[in-house]
Write a protein that binds this ligand. Structure first.
Ligand SMILES: Cc1cc2nc3c(=O)[nH]c(=O)nc-3n(C[C@H](O)[C@H](O)[C@H](O)COP(=O)(O)OP(=O)(O)OC[C@H]3O[C@@H](n4cnc5c(N)ncnc54)[C@H](O)[C@@H]3O)c2cc1C
Length: 211
């Protein structure tokens, strides 16, 4: 059976069962049933997949077995002679991590005249930053403002955010987007070429403009 005929067979089965499936009432799981399903199948919930960490900063905490083993593993530098009196590099700023945060820190320090070394465990850019695709939180549209972004963020954080940090975030964000665009970062745009709206916070209606 080739791939396409198989696919059409499946489509026919979906079509044939559509009316029955539309009428079907699937009973909702109770919270207890959900919990036991998670405990049976989800690796983050299976008690047997966890154990106590025996050493270090996380001593006494429960962690997935593989992580606990990693945290307790001997240092990879053990046995390698280190001559701290004669370092290979002398720099003003050492940045560890080459995602968006580290790269921005390194560029900013360099722009300010510092001699910078960026060390990262994978290739430069291999990071969570390159996986982000849902949107960037910055008030860049005329119907938006740092004040609205502030209110959205405080509401989204259920009023436990640190207000000064939120203020810094919402005030810096549009400038950071401009800076990134000057560096050549291409952000998605809507039809009239204006920036895309800020991503909505799940479960939260946006704060109206003019607030
Ligand atoms: C799938 C996905 C989608 C996302 N979507 C969005 C989105 O739409 N909008 C949004 O705002 N956010 C999103 N996020 C979150 C966002 O990507 C992160 O918050 C952000 O990228 C964090 O940036 P960072 O520079 O702090 O960390 P990272 O980008 O993770 O960079 C960390 C860097 O440190 C390096 N590193 C780690 N440990 C070591 C070590 N021991 N030694 C040396 N180097 C080390 C890593 O290799 C990496 O280069 C998403 C995240 C994921 C995973």
């Amino acid at each position: 059976m080739d791939y396409y005929s198989g696919l059409y067979d499946s489509l026919e089965k979906v079509k044939a069962s559509r009316t029955r499936r539309k009428a079907q009432q699937i009973p909702k799981l109770t919270p207890g049933e959900k919990q036991s399903l998670l405990e049976e199948y989800h690796p983050d919930y299976r008690v047997s997949g966890f154990r106590e960490v025996r050493l270090g900063q996380n001593k006494g905490e429960m962690a997935p077995r593989e992580l606990a083993e990693l945290l307790e593993a001997p240092s990879r530098l053990k046995g390698i002679p280190l001559d701290l009196a004669h370092p290979h590099h002398r720099v003003d700023v050492l940045v560890i991590g080459g995602g968006g945060g580290g790269s921005a820190a390194a560029l900013t320090a360099r722009e300010a005249g510092a001699n910078v070394l960026l060390a990262t465990k994978l290739r430069h850019g291999d990071s969570n930053t390159i996986m982000a695709e849902g949107g960037i939180g910055a008030a860049t549209r005329p119907d938006d403002s740092p004040a609205i972004h502030y209110v959205d963020t405080i509401r989204g954080g259920r009023f436990v955010n640190v207000p000064d940090l939120v203020r810094a975030l919402v005030t810096d964000a549009p400038r950071v987007v401009e800076w990134l665009e000057r560096l050549g970062v291409l952000f998605d745009r809507v039809e009239d070429a204006s920036p895309t709206p800020r991503p909505a916070i799940p479960g939260l209606a946006p704060t109206p403009a003019g607030t």
